[in-house]
Design a protein around this ligand. Structure first.
Ligand SMILES: Nc1nc2c(ncn2[C@@H]2O[C@H](COP(=O)(O)OP(=O)(O)OP(=O)(O)O)[C@@H](O)[C@H]2O)c(=O)[nH]1
Ligand SMILES: [Mg+2]
Length: 469
């Protein structure tokens, strides 16, 4: 045990401020609960509660008290101390591993609240401090959030890759390449009034092309990355009574949605989260869509249909159910499709499915679409396989995409656009315009990791240009 006197208000890393605390484990009764403390007052709290500060990174089993040696022991606990900067947040931090009693947790939290310059942490504040202290990049901070939020193994693996820095590494390598190309531009200044050495021009052009090709490849797989993280949206749509709610209930093995022979039973969206082969799936049952002579029965159902259409256009996969006894199934499919917005970019995969196979009038000629009966089980195994195949198509298998959020995608798009423009600029005539596009591209990529010093790196290039060039 050593007594570490860290002065209050400053923890040695340039980040002065409150000491924050929070319960790091879920609320409720458990074997152990952990209260995490971060900030300059961490050591002081440990000293107050245990009489000393344990050696950094050494678990120490000790009695906890609020008011010094002679006061009541409130728990026998494991405590840990991490000395700045070698901690998760980069600040002095402490962990109290208490017995998992809610009332004990409450008592300790209330006591901590009364201590000077101590307060309950805001949402994400520990990770925010880790970012501000340079312990993680912005994308790694997102990876931490994604690990905690992951519902499936695939999402967990994706989040781990991000925490490991797969995205940082990629965006930093592009950024490094662009900065190196900017360096090449400096050479041009020396040749301002002479002929441009062709090899410099070639080198810059091929450098731009190489980075652009990698960016385009990542952007192309980003849809899969986003789907993996956010889950695959699957909507069940069709006319009223097509058997949508029956299918949803069957697929989830639960009686979630009301089923009835009345047309127009479902009004609200019924959403269920599923894990299919490790892929997070959000399955949505919708109100039956009416068209033509089949008119709606009022404002509520109309609103339901609006929501159904929105769910369908937001989905990655739409199961379009068509009753096998409908007059003209192919026409019903065409009409349903026509109800969806025509200009859907990256529109959903529309899969027609004929339902109620058990009740179809013998001898009917039907389109060659999957045919199911939830009642008899006909075609259900094949439907299950079909859905799994579609999910596999929508989610990544081989090369794991590194762009997993819209934020990443728009940063890379901005960088790509700047490089595209750069590619069209003549080195001979306007190296300063080219340098500006490089600066924009590097800046956009810097947004991914949360880096802000991009100007510093590129400023010297601008300072070496003369005015007017
Ligand atoms: N014979 C037969 N009847 C079915 C089958 N699937 C559903 N039904 C019946 O069809 C009727 C309508 O089923 P729902 O699942 O409520 O249909 P829906 O498409 O959700 O209807 P709305 O919510 O009104 O749009 C119910 O009486 C179901 O029992 C099937 O495979 N065979
Ligand atoms: Mg329904």
């Amino acid at each position: 045990m050593v007594d570490i006197s860290s002065p209050d208000g400053f923890s040695g890393n340039g980040f002065s401020g409150d000491t924050i605390f929070a319960l790091a484990t879920p609320q409720g009764r458990s074997a152990v609960q952990i209260i995490r403390i971060s900030g300059p007052g961490s050591a002081r709290i440990l000293r107050k509660m245990t009489g000393a500060v344990p050696d950094p990174r050494q678990a120490h089993f000790t009695a906890l008290r609020f008011d010094g040696d002679n006061s009541t022991v409130i728990d026998q606990a494991l405590v840990l101390f991490f000395k700045t900067p070698a901690s998760a947040t980069g600040e002095d931090t402490a962990e109290l591993h208490l017995h998992g009693s809610p009332v004990l947790g409450q008592m300790v939290m209330e006591w901590l609240e009364t201590q000077p310059r101590m307060r309950l942490a805001d949402r994400g504040e520990f990770t925010r401090r880790a970012f501000l202290n340079g312990k993680v990049n912005l994308d790694q901070a997102e990876g931490i959030a994604d690990i905690i939020d992951a519902d499936t193994i695939a999402q967990h693996q994706q989040a781990m890759r991000q925490l490991d820095g797969a995205l940082s590494a990629k965006s930093e390598s592009w950024r490094g390449a662009i900065i190196a190309l900017s360096g090449q531009l400096e050479a041009l200044i020396d040749f301002a009034d002479e002929d441009l050495p062709q090899d410099v021009a070639d080198h810059v052009a091929s450098g731009i092309a190489a980075v652009l090709a990698e960016m385009e490849a990542e952007l192309a797989s980003s849809r899969q990355g986003l789907i993996q993280r956010d889950g695959v949206q699957v909507a069940i749509v069709g006319r009223p009574n097509a058997g949508k709610s029956t299918l949803l209930n069957h697929l989830i093995g639960d009686d979630r949605a009301i089923v009835s022979p009345e047309a127009g039973t479902t009004r609200d969206l019924v959403q269920v989260a599923l894990d299919i082969d490790g892929v997070a799936v959000h399955l949505t049952d919708t109100a039956g869509i009416r068209f033509g002579a089949d008119q709606g029965v009022g404002a509520v159902e109309e609103e339901g249909v609006k929501r159904a259409l929105r769910a369908a256009s937001d989905a990655h996969l739409v199961l379009m159910l068509i009753d096998g006894n409908d007059d003209d199934p192919a026409d019903v499919f065409a009409q349903l499709r026509a109800e969806l917005p025509a200009d859907m970019a990256d529109g959903p995969d529309l899969q027609p499915i004929i339902t109620k196979a058990d009740a179809i009038t013998p001898g009917r000629v039907l389109p060659e679409w999957p045919l199911i009966s939830v009642q008899t089980g006909l075609g259900m195994v094949e439907l299950d396989q079909l859905i799994r195949r579609k999910l596999a198509e929508l989610t990544p298998h081989d090369e794991a995409p590194v762009l997993t959020r819209q934020r990443h995608v728009s940063a890379v798009r901005d960088a790509r656009d700047a490089l595209d423009r750069a590619g069209a600029i003549s080195l001979q005539d306007a190296p300063e315009l080219l340098a500006e596009e490089f600066r924009l591209a590097a800046h956009a990529l810097g947004r991914i990791t949360g880096r802000v010093d991009v100007e510093d790196v590129l400023d010297h290039i601008f300072s070496s240009f003369c005015i007017g060039k």
